[in-house]
Design a binder for this molecule. Structure first.
Ligand code: FAD
Ligand code: NAI
Length: 465
């Protein structure tokens, strides 16, 4: 009789967990995956990446029709918003993809264990009445919204919501206040602004999008302002009262000073996310979290407890679906005795607004701390395709090591920056120099030519500016 029920048990079926389970099964390991939600796919498929992109895409069409972008191209329409239908296509997109993961589990013979799991010991996990043993357990429990003291979220009333509530608003709020000028705030703030809400973003820091390149943060702020989003930077929210369908927020300058109030029909709390470790029974296996609540791991994703590994949002690093997926593949490969590889220095990040904002590698600020650099920049205004498509906003910026010319970071603001950044990630993965990119033939007319021209600009020789 086998010593354990499974070779691998993965806890959590988000992009980290479900990918780890599928890869482990593909590698011949007997695998189960526990999920507390009713459907597979985790935050990303159910209430994150996918439904937010469904709403971003649909609202982009609405604005193109209403705001004049289509009229500019000779398409004159007067759009009427059918929000119910817009939500239906969001729900359909989510349903199709979560069912798809279910299909992949069946195809690869991954057993789906339904219920919230907790450790009994390092090799034994319990879901309600059921207990399962596994040689290796992978914790992929993801993250959930960071609460803001004094601002109580109640997604059922749609007045003070988190991202999950903000995806489902049954009507367009007249006035929406977003607390936190990060990725969620800007993406979901953009959705409701396009559909007609007046949106104000209250951000604690003196600039939006922390962690991104300084030039990108400034330019993005300018573009969002031009689109009609208002910003209260350097401001902290100190409280919120709700009366009926209205919220009143109290706020003051982050550095201290007189407080003021702001009324809203909807308040979105998006000040970050925290790792999910509560209820997992980590105390039963003596596994401690760090001061940010994350589970620390080594390069093979091993925790301090033998037989227990962790991946995705629950461990340090950017909270991104593709990072979780790559770690899912790598952890399964390590468990199977292979070498799993994730290059944590080359993880692209994308904000799916219009234009999109994307980056990979070091910011100019960070790169400068490490030594001499060179920077090449090229405006989208000078890119023929962007110009033809009436998409003049943004730029590409390439940062290289001054001595070796090796690319250290690439940042783009462009309508399709999320797609363009993949090229930069491949280049960096292969240790490319700006010269390598500049001498690579790029198809014309494409937005990606701006990457080639920014690479040419590193040595001062772009053609089109
Ligand atoms: P999760 O996706 O959070 O999955 C963890 C799963 O574990 C959950 O389903 C949870 O129910 C389950 N679970 C937790 N505890 C237990 C337990 N004890 N037992 C059983 N199951 C358990 N990232 C991007 O890269 N691109 C995007 O466009 C993007 N958009 C986003 C939009 C929004 C609104 C949000 C909130 C997030 C977005 N993200 C995006 C982030 C992305 O969703 C996460 O980085 C990603 O889902 C993390 O994957 P994960 O597998 O680590 O965890
Ligand atoms: P975030 O970390 O991106 O932004 C939070 C913002 O809130 C920061 O700018 C921070 O300074 C600000 N803030 C913190 N406390 C505050 C306070 N008290 N008052 C005002 N502002 C305050 O977090 P967000 O937007 O909640 O997203 C969570 C995670 O989800 C992100 O880390 C991101 O990785 C992931 N995500 C990724 C997406 C993508 O890849 N396109 C889309 C959506 C989410």
């Amino acid at each position: 009789m086998a010593e354990y029920d499974y070779d691998v048990l993965v806890i959590g079926a988000g992009p980290g967990g479900y990918v780890a389970a599928i890869r482990a099964a593909q590698l011949g390991l007997k695998t189960a995956c526990a999920e507390g939600r009713e459907t597979l796919g985790g935050t990303c498929l159910n209430v994150g990446c996918i439904p937010s992109k469904a709403m971003l895409h649909a609202s982009e069409y609405f604005e193109a029709a209403k705001g004049g972008a289509m009229a500019k191209m000779g398409i004159e329409v007067t759009p009427k918003l059918n929000l119910g239908k817009m939500h239906e296509q969001r729900i359909d997109a989510v349903g199709g993809l979560t069912k798809g993961v279910e299909f992949l589990f069946k195809k690869n013979k991954v057993d789906w264990k339904k219920g919230y799991a907790s450790f009994v010991d390092a090799h034994t996990v319990k879901f309600g009445e059921e207990t399962v043993t596994a040689k290796e357990v992978v914790v992929a429990t993801g993250s959930s919204v960071t609460p803001l003291p004094g601002v109580e979220i109640d997604n059922s009333k749609f007045v003070v919501v988190d991202s999950t509530g903000a995806l489902e608003l049954p009507s367009v709020p007249k006035k929406m206040v977003v607390i936190g000028g990060g990725v969620i705030g800007l993406e979901l703030g953009s959705v409701w602004r396009r559909l007609g809400a007046e949106v104000t973003v209250v951000e604690f820091l003196d600039q939006i999008l922390p962690g991104m390149d300084g030039d990108v943060r400034k330019e993005a702020n300018k573009i969002f302002k031009k689109q009609g989003i208002e910003f209260k930077l350097g401001t902290k929210v100190t409280g919120c009262t709700v009366k009926g369908k209205k919220a009143t927020l109290t706020m003051e300058p982050a550095a201290g000073g007189a407080s003021e109030t702001l009324e809203a029909d909807c308040v979105l709390v998006s000040i970050g996310r925290k790792p999910n470790t509560e209820g997992l029974g980590l105390e039963n296996i003596g596994l401690e979290t760090n001061n940010r609540g994350q589970i620390e791991v080594d390069h093979e994703f091993r925790t301090s407890v033998a037989g227990v590994r962790a991946i995705g949002d629950v461990i340090p690093g950017p909270m991104l679906a593709h990072k979780a997926e790559d770690e899912g593949i790598a952890v399964a490969e390590w468990i199977a005795g292979q070498t799993g590889i994730v290059n944590h220095d080359v993880i692209p990040s994308v904000v799916y607004t219009l234009p999109e904002i994307a980056g990979v590698g070091l910011t100019e600020e960070h790169a400068k701390e490490d030594g001499e650099i060179k920077v090449g920049k090229f405006p989208m205004m000078a890119n023929s395709r962007a110009k033809t498509n009436h998409e003049p906003d943004g730029f590409v910026k390439i940062i290289t090591d001054a001595a070796t010319d090796r690319v250290l970071g690439v940042w783009c603001i462009a309508s399709v920056a999320g797609t363009m950044i993949a090229e930069a990630a491949v280049a960096m993965e292969f240790g490319a120099t700006s010269e390598d990119i500049a001498y690579t033939c790029h198809a014309h007319p494409t937005h990606s030519e701006a990457i080639k021209e920014a690479a040419m600009a590193v040595t001062g020789k772009p053609i089109h500016v």
